[in-house]
Design a protein around this ligand. Structure first.
Ligand code: HEC
Length: 164
C-alpha cells in the first residue's frame, strides 16, 4: 500500500511540474505559440552585426537540419523552424580581444508552413524579447520588409556555416 501511495505521489508531482512548465511558456507572438525546446536545437550558423554590436546564433529544428544536410533549402520544407538568438557583445574578462555574448536581447523564429502562412510568404514570423520573453505582437510586416532582399532564397539570409 505504501509503495502504491509513493508511486501516486511521484505521479502527481510530475503532473504539477508539467503543468508549471506548460504555464511558464510565454504568450504567443503574432499569434504563434512559443516553440518548445528551442534551447536544445543545433546552431547552423553565427553572425555578427557591426552596426549595433550584436552577436547572433542561428539555430534550426530537426526538419531544418535535415534540409541543410540534404541540400533541400530552396524552398525550405514545411515544418522547418529557423531561430535567431541575439546578444549584445562584450569581451572576455581575461582576454579583451575576444568578443563574446553579453546581455540577451531577443530570440526570433521563422516557421515554414506554405499553406498556413501563405499570406506571409510561407513563413510564420515571431519574436520574444528580453529574458522575460515578452512577445512581439506588432505583426509580421516589419520582419517581411527587412527580409525582402532575400525573397529569392525563400526569405532566408543565412547560409549554413561550412563544416568539415
Ligand atoms: C533590420 C532588418 C531585419 C528585421 C526588422 C528582421 N530581420 Fe530577421 N534577419 C535579418 C538579417 C540581416 C538576418 C541574417 C542574420 C543576421 O542577423 O546576422 C536575419 C535573420 C533572421 C533569421 C535566421 C534565418 C535567416 O533569414 O537568416 C530569423 C529566424 C529571423 N531573421 C526572423 C525575423 C523575425 C521573426 C523578424 C520580425 C519579428 C525579423 N527577423 C526582422 C534582418 C532583419
Amino acid at each position: 500500500m505504501k509503495r502504491i501511495l509513493a508511486v501516486v505521489g511521484i505521479g502527481s508531482l510530475t503532473t504539477v511540474a508539467f503543468v508549471l512548465a506548460v504555464q511558464k511558456a510565454p504568450p504567443p507572438s503574432n499569434g504563434i505559440a512559443y516553440p518548445a525546446n528551442w534551447k536544445n536545437w543545433p546552431v547552423v550558423s553565427v553572425s555578427y552585426r557591426t552596426d549595433n554590436h550584436t552577436i547572433r546564433a542561428i539555430i534550426g529544428n530537426e526538419t531544418a537540419v535535415e534540409a541543410i544536410r540534404t541540400g533541400k533549402t530552396r524552398p525550405w520544407p514545411d515544418g522547418t523552424i529557423l531561430g535567431k538568438i541575439v546578444w549584445k557583445d562584450t569581451t572576455l574578462a581575461h582576454w579583451k580581444r575576444a568578443v563574446t555574448p553579453g546581455r540577451f536581447v531577443h530570440v526570433e523564429f521563422m516557421l515554414k508552413d506554405s499553406k498556413k502562412y501563405a499570406s506571409t510568404y510561407g513563413w510564420g514570423w515571431a519574436r520574444w524579447l528580453g529574458t522575460e520573453q515578452k512577445p512581439f505582437t506588432k505583426g509580421p510586416q516589419t520582419c517581411i520588409s527587412c527580409h525582402t532582399p532575400v525573397r529569392d532564397s525563400d526569405w532566408v539570409f543565412t547560409r549554413p556555416a561550412p563544416l568539415p
